[in-house]
Design a protein around this ligand. Structure first.
Ligand SMILES: [Zn+2]
Length: 67
């Protein structure tokens, strides 16, 4: 998993977007199509965003009754 992430980051040094050239370069660095790793990143990336929003919501005080 980490090697695909590193390949992704290294590819961004050359392509500052997620266009076809970027993905072609990632595949070149990774030595193949990192589709499973990309799926893992998508799932975990969403989870990370959810953790962030949940933490922010938990910091909000509960609504006062009868407010
Ligand atoms: Zn990226």
């Amino acid at each position: 998993m980490l090697s695909a992430t590193v390949a992704h980051e290294v590819a961004h040094l050359r392509h500052m977007d997620h266009g076809p050239a970027f993905h072609a370069f990632v595949a070149e660095l990774f030595g193949g199509d990192p589709a499973p790793e990309r799926a893992w990143l998508r799932a975990n990336g969403a989870a990370l965003y959810n953790i962030g929003s949940s933490a922010r919501m938990a910091d909000d005080p509960p609504p006062s009754p009868g407010g």
